[in-house]
Design a binder for this molecule. Structure first.
Ligand code: MG
Length: 341
């Protein structure tokens, strides 16, 4: 058997609006389409979304893919072995591992003729609703974006800069929809404690990552003081991070670009469930390829924030869709993604 081949193509994704969070703002994001090709020419697709927060760039990702190309598996079905090799050869750049893991799963699904969710024994009808994210902006722009996001019944807003109260008020001026908050590590313990009653007053139902990733003790104090469930994102990269979070926070946010593989994502869900923790799945600014990969395991999670492709003006692909907030999984084999016509 010949080794699987790998091909890459850089994608330049544009957002409809500049997307601002507590630590950065951007209106384009470069990702990489990864194609894993077998000897019959059948292709499995994945997407690398380099995460600047973890020191990844398109260039570091391409170098990591090059290093791995010579040890690609011969048999796509050996998914566990492929992941061990990936861990050995791609020690940084978890987003690269995630893309190759996705491409191998896509290929396996196509070989078997079944969609990924079916391969995992999941019921597509159990996929949850997705939030739609409103980035940090002026009150006027926030109101405009909220009105435009009319079809989404649940909004997630980014806080963590100086105009938090203005944003909360602007949202409530125009909608009474469910509201979740992500501070992206932007608050101190004191600020968070001060914000808790305000978030409650504004009807916020989920609070994500108020503090810096390593302040687990602080997060524990916040969770005890808060009536709003506390989910960590930046504090939880892989399953190895979960033990120290048990009893400290209410749940974890899994993103493929962080965890580095679909199989690891499923392991994280199992471990979090064993500890009665909530599970959320999130995303980066990425196309329908990466979004669809994550969407396939959403029947297993409580909360989904898979709006990465919906925030784009030039998503090149089709796949999972969000229909009035509801995540709808594609039924084609593997990921079930295609090129947007
Ligand atoms: Mg987050």
């Amino acid at each position: 058997m010949a080794r699987l081949r790998i091909q890459t193509e850089i994608l330049t994704l544009k957002t409809k609006y500049p997307f601002k969070i507590a630590r950065s703002s951007r209106d384009t994001n470069r990702t990489i389409l990864v194609k894993v090709i077998d000897s019959d020419g059948l292709e499995g697709w994945g997407e690398v979304t380099p995460v600047a927060f973890y020191g990844e760039t398109v260039e570091t990702a391409l170098a990591a893919i090059d290093a791995y190309a010579s040890v690609m598996p011969e048999n796509a079905f050996h998914l566990e072995d492929a992941e061990r090799t990936l861990e050995a050869f791609v020690t940084d750049n978890n987003s690269v591992r995630a893309a190759i893991s996705t491409a191998l799963h896509d290929l396996v699904g196509k070989r078997l003729g079944v969609p990924l969710y079916q391969l995992w024994g999941l019921d597509a009808a159990k996929a949850p609703k997705s939030t739609f994210t409103i980035g940090i902006d002026t009150a006027e722009m926030i109101k405009k974006k909220v009105r435009e996001a009319e079809q989404y019944p649940i909004l997630k807003i980014k806080l963590g800069l100086e105009n938090d109260l203005e944003i909360l008020q602007a949202i409530r001026d125009v909608t009474d929809r469910e509201l979740r908050v992500d501070a992206n590590c932007g608050w101190t313990r004191k600020q968070t404690i001060r914000m808790l009653p305000i978030l409650e007053e504004y009807g916020v139902t989920v609070l994500e990552q108020p503090l810096v990733p390593n302040d687990i003790e602080g997060l524990g104090l916040i969770a005890k003081a808060s009536r709003i469930p506390l989910i960590v994102d930046e504090s939880c990269i892989t399953s190895a991070d979960i033990p120290r979070l048990v009893g400290m926070v209410d749940g974890i946010n899994i993103k493929l670009a962080k965890t580095g593989s679909l199989r690891e994502a499923i392991r994280m869900i199992a471990i979090a469930r064993a500890h009665h923790m909530m599970v959320m799945v999130g995303c980066m600014l990425e196309s329908s390829i990466a979004i669809t990969a994550a969407a396939h395991f959403t029947p297993l999670v409580d909360i989904a924030d898979l709006d990465g492709a919906a925030l784009l003006s030039n998503d090149p692909y089709t796949g999972a869709t969000i229909d009035n907030g509801q995540i709808v999984l594609p039924t084609g084999p593997g990921l079930g993604v295609g090129v947007r016509g």
